[in-house]
Design a protein around this ligand. Structure first.
Ligand code: RP5
Length: 173
């Protein structure tokens, strides 16, 4: 799972988005971020970084992220979900947090752990299991300063609208 495995982008071979997760048990959810980044032609990397089980790896990952070319980090975790907040504490890059649904508390624990950051250390938190939106948001952050990516986001939005309008027309028949 480690390493660059996103689609080749027109303008970058180096991963621009880092997808990290606390455990391989988060992969089925976090895979959705990878899928949409592939759809948008954004180069990403994806790996396991546990705030609790591999704290030194977390520190290194977040500290080296800018130098390695990352521009956004998506961090997913469940339960006592400290990974996104700790990554945000270390790196100057924007961090998007994905609360992963848990068996015991349905992800309420993950959500509250991620969203309640102290002033000065924001994490852009998406919905429980909202990894697809995290991927889209990461692309939008890149698109703020990259016209090629911005154009892809516009097409993506047009396709979304078209898919709804097709349903509207089907329902009217
Ligand atoms: C968190 O604990 C992970 O993000 C995962 O969601 C949760 C459970 O991890 P495992 O016990 O399945 O490895 O650190």
């Amino acid at each position: 799972m480690t390493g660059s495995n996103g689609h080749a982008s027109i303008d970058a071979a180096v991963p621009q988005v880092g997808i990290i997760m606390g455990s391989d048990s988060d992969l089925p959810v976090m895979q959705e971020a990878a899928t949409v980044l592939r759809e948008l032609g954004i180069v990403f990397e994806m790996t396991i970084v546990s705030a609790h089980r591999t704290p030194r790896r977390l520190y290194r990952y977040a500290e080296d992220a800018v130098a390695r070319g990352l521009r956004v980090i998506i961090a997913g975790a469940g339960g006592a979900a400290h990974l996104p907040g700790m990554a945000a504490a270390i790196t100057p890059l924007p961090v998007i947090g994905v609360p992963v649904k848990t068996a015991s508390l349905s992800g309420q624990d993950s959500l509250l752990s991620i969203v309640q950051m102290p002033a000065g250390v924001p994490v852009a938190t998406v919905a429980i299991n909202g990894a697809r939106n995290a991927g889209i948001l990461a692309a939008q952050i890149l698109g703020a300063s990259d016209a090629v990516v911005r154009e892809r986001i516009m097409h993506f939005k047009q396709a979304l609208e078209a898919s709804v309008m097709a349903k509207v027309e089907r329902m009217a028949r």
